[in-house]
Design a protein around this ligand. Structure first.
Ligand SMILES: [Zn+2]
Length: 86
């Protein structure tokens, strides 16, 4: 199996707002990886949920630093993933 996605890759994926040559390869990498890796699939979903919550709350906290700190070592246990929000 290919290497796991990094937090930075997931953050770029979740926050991208336009599609160009650079983001296309990221989209391809993320999509092909989460098809075969449940762990990363759940991580992407969790981070997307957090981002939606940040947008909903229109918080002034920085989404990227929040996620980077929370998932600082890149991997989280599955028990943490079940409750990604606060
Ligand atoms: Zn993975």
């Amino acid at each position: 199996m290919a290497e796991h996605l990094t937090i930075d890759e997931i953050l770029d994926f979740v926050t991208m707002d336009n599609i160009d040559e650079n983001t296309l390869s990221l989209i391809a990498r993320v999509n092909s990886h989460i098809l075969v890796c449940k762990e990363c699939f759940e991580l992407v979903n969790a981070i997307q949920l957090i981002q939606e919550e940040f947008e909903r709350l229109q918080t002034s906290s920085d989404f990227r630093s929040f996620v980077s700190e929370r998932y600082s070592n890149g991997r989280v246990s599955s028990s943490e993933l079940q409750d990604p929000l606060f």
